[in-house]
Write a protein that binds this ligand. Structure first.
Ligand SMILES: Nc1ncnc2c1ncn2[C@@H]1O[C@H](COP(=O)(O)OP(=O)(O)OP(=O)(O)O)[C@@H](O)[C@H]1O
Ligand SMILES: [Mg+2]
Length: 113
């Protein structure tokens, strides 16, 4: 209970996010396949996190990906490579990869929100 209490408070305090998010952002800044939306720290508080709006298709929406002419095989390879980089090179990974948090831009870049 003590551990849960400490971790959940840490998790919901958004003022703790900058260090994590900045690391993540800089690890992918040079990437041709992944985009990390910019954060607006000046508008973010303990309870509000403000991020650049990223236009994209949910990674689970296969029909829309196809209709946009995007290559699903390339997207899956890019996503797997992004995770391999996060885990084995950066030691720092996106731990909430549900489809609402991963989009694909119209140019085919993976967006982690
Ligand atoms: N940077 C962004 N640009 C555009 N839409 C976004 C962005 N970030 C999140 N969204 C969309 O906004 C909605 C709410 O996102 P939010 O992250 O607050 O909730 P969630 O993804 O359900 O929760 P969590 O990320 O905590 O698991 C979702 O539909 C998500 O796809
Ligand atoms: Mg989300």
């Amino acid at each position: 209970m003590d551990e849960f209490s400490r971790i959940i408070r840490h998790e919901i305090d958004y003022t703790m996010r900058p260090r994590m998010q900045k690391g993540f952002y800089s690890n992918f800044q040079e990437s041709a396949t992944v985009k990390i939306p910019r954060m607006y720290w000046e508008y973010s508080t303990k309870h509000v996190l403000c991020q650049e709006f990223s236009e994209g298709i949910r990674i689970s929406d296969l029909k829309k990906l196809e209709a946009a002419g995007l290559d699903k095989k390339k997207i899956s390879t890019d996503l797997a490579n992004a995770y391999l980089k996060m885990i084995f090179e950066d030691g720092f990974y996106h731990a909430d990869p549900h489809p609402g948090n991963i989009f694909v831009s119209l140019e085919g870049k993976i967006i982690f929100s």
